[in-house]
Structure formats: C-alpha cells, structure tokens
Design a protein around this ligand. Structure first.
Ligand code: MG
Length: 218
C-alpha cells in the first residue's frame, strides 16, 4: 500500500490509481518527435511505483537511459464518474509536483514494437512525488509554474497554461472513461527539457515557490 502526505499536518493518504497523461505539452511532443493528439493519451503506473522523498531513487538495472519528466500532480478528493467540466475542480484535494520517471531506451523499443509502456514507466520508484498542498493553497492552478533543478542547474520549467488538455478536461475525460476515486493521482504531463538521470544526482522540484521536494539518485 502506497502512501503520500497532505500538508499541513502530513495527513497520510492511500494512493488508489495513478493516471498519467502523455504528450500534454506541445514542446515536449516536438522534442520526442511525437504527434499532438486529439484526445488525451492516458497510461497507468502501479501504486508500487510511488516514491516519496524519504527514499533515494534507485535506477533500474534493465535500463541505461532513465529520464526525468517533471509534472504537476493532482490528488483527487471526492471521486466520481462522468464529472462535468464545471464541477471538475471541486474533485481536487491537493496538488504536488512529481517525476514521471521513464526508461527511455525501453520505451523506444516498446513504441517500435507496439508494446505497452508498463516496463518503461511502471518500475519501482518510477512515480516520485512531493508532499501535497491543499487545493486552495494553489491560487491559480491553470497558470502556475513548476520546475526541476538537477545538481543546481535548471532543467525544466513548466507553465500549466501551456497544457494541451487542461485540468478540468483531464478530470472530465478520465472520470468518463475509467472513473475517478478518492486517492487517485493524475500526472498531468511534462514540458520540454527531459533528460537523463545519473547516479549521485541531486534533484530539487519546486511548485510555484510554495512546495519543494528533494530527491537523490542512489
Ligand atoms: Mg510524463
């Protein structure tokens, strides 16, 4: 059972499903040579992929090219099916910032063969998350910034106003297709600037200067 923590009292939350959105920023789709899609591309990670700051990131032995993808992460409070665009934001309990770790070499092979991405995206520790802040603490989730520094160097800076599929639509769409439950996480996609992790890296994530998280790579 994977837990995350909701500020300010570090309330433990049991993670239910982990939904991830692919290609949600045009500049990242371009850097991957991928087409922009008409509907969101959703994939899943197992809850065993959750990693918090308490544990160093262990790179999997089966990959030589694990990438960081820095993303705004939504924590669902009240679940639902067929959630309307108008009501979508009311279903959010909190926001965090996370890393959708991706074994890029394995993903490239999977793409070439038409295989699922589970091995590339779902390994132990592949869903790194900060603590979460209550939804009311993020003044404007539709236009906020999040970033990653790798060893003190700025590598990614995202602006949620550049999402191709906005937060209400993602909640609407995922609730229609899969249903949403309390404790679900949605990784909302990465901006451009993805790159390789190396042993010994020190990673600092920041959401709108309200929330930070530090991860080290073992
Ligand atoms: Mg991603």
């Amino acid at each position: 059972m994977a837990h995350i923590f909701l500020q300010p009292n570090n309330t433990p939350i049991v993670v239910a499903n982990i939904f991830c959105v692919g290609r949600n920023y045009a500049a990242h789709a371009a850097e991957m040579g991928s087409a922009i899609l008409e509907t969101p591309m959703i994939f899943l990670k197992p809850t065993s992929a959750i990693a918090t700051e308490a544990q160093p990131i262990a790179l999997p032995e089966f990959s030589n090219d694990v990438h960081y993808e820095t993303e705004l992460v939504i924590l669902i409070g009240q679940g639902g099916n067929n959630i309307t665009l108008e009501n979508a934001m009311q279903h959010i309990a909190g926001y965090g910032v996370g890393l959708d770790l991706t074994a890029r070499d394995i993903q490239a092979k999977a793409k070439a063969k038409g295989h699922p991405w589970t091995l590339a995206k779902g390994f132990k520790g592949a869903a790194c998350v900060s603590k979460f802040i209550p939804s009311n603490d993020l003044q404007n989730p539709h236009q906020c910034h999040f970033e990653l520094q790798q060893n003190g160097e700025l590598k990614q800076r995202g602006d949620t106003s550049l999402m191709l599929f906005k937060i209400p639509y993602l909640i609407h769409y995922i609730s229609n297709v899969f249903g949403l439950s309390e404790g679900d996480l949605i990784f909302t996609g990465t901006p451009e600037g993805v790159g390789k992790l190396n042993s010994g890296d020190q990673l600092l994530l920041n959401l709108e200067n309200i929330l930070t998280a530090h991860f080290s790579v073992s």
